[in-house]
Design a protein around this ligand. Sequence first.
Ligand SMILES: *Cc1c(COP(=O)(O)O)cnc(C)c1O
Length: 371
Amino acid sequence: MSNIETQLVQGANRTEDDRTGAISPSLNFSTAFRHPGLGESTGFDYARVSAPTRALLETQLAQLETGQKAYAVSSGMSAIQLVFQTLLQTGEHFITSDDLYGGTFRYFGQLRDHYQIAYDTWNGAKVVDLVAQITPKTKLIWLETPSNPTMKVIDIQAVVAAVKAVRADILIAVDNTFLTPIYQQPLVDGADIVVHSATKYLGGHNDILAGAVVLKNQQYVSAFDDALITTGQVLAPFDSWLLIRSLKTLHVRMKTHTANAQAVVQVLTDLPGVDRVLYPGVGGMISFYLNAAYSVDAFLRHLTVFSFAESLGGVESLITVPAVQTHHDMTAAQREALGITDQLIRVSVGLENTVDLIADLKQAIAASRGE
Ligand SMILES: *Cc1c(COP(=O)(O)O)cnc(C)c1O
């Protein structure tokens, strides 16, 4: 199955249950598995180690991101934790792009303060500035692109070329939550690890909390296996099944997210009350600066189609105010340096009717003037 649309729809089917011919994969809740005899296994022993429905999902995720191995875990933050838990030790160093998901930023602070794993930040622009920060202790480069919430785009291939030229053993990990493999395939671009908050576009319906890690090579598989078997932040069977089901429409959803977002960007760009629109060109995520003469609170209160809520990537359109929600853990100075002002609005454009979405934003912005 070489084309991604076919892979998404059919990938987890026909892999088991040939006896019944079931089209939809079966959901298996067992945590324990009977052994045929001493020293024998069906391949499943205990659900923290591996479980049938999760295994189907993991095969599917690995193929989608063109990796050798995938792990389906309990949240995006669990996925990020799995990477650092497995690969970095006290005294080592990593470099991260600077405009990060708020939870990732908070976790990196904990790695520094509790585990003495140091990090430096890079603004995502000139690769020479990234390379200049590499030290003999540098183990990993962490990239979030497009960035959250200011939509900065990083050239993954350029980072890979520059970093691997300095030291081939420095790993490059990419948080691919915003674009998904439909629009961005970091492993094809040369990165070593992809991470997702599958709570967002992969899940797509604002009803599954999940994460994924995908590895390009076999080299680190046993280390990741050991780490995950030890701490067990795995995805539960029903959530695994729901995520398999969600993936079947990922390509269709992403195309409509993009079409709706592009239409919204076009209107917002010339709209009174909007100072600037940030959009990476594809995907469903937009940020914009509401003019200071307009009240953010009034804008949120007047929305009727969009919900003021703290997530993204679902069929339902959501709006977030990063300064008070996702990025509250940064200091005011850090937020200001990144452009995360109190007037910055982050929009997750869903799959509702385009005209309805645009009308809702227009009326809410107009009603918030001078309030
Ligand atoms: C939401 C998000 C995360 C964290 O994922 P959870 O599923 O909420 O734990 C990480 N990275 C990005 C880019 C996100 O949007």
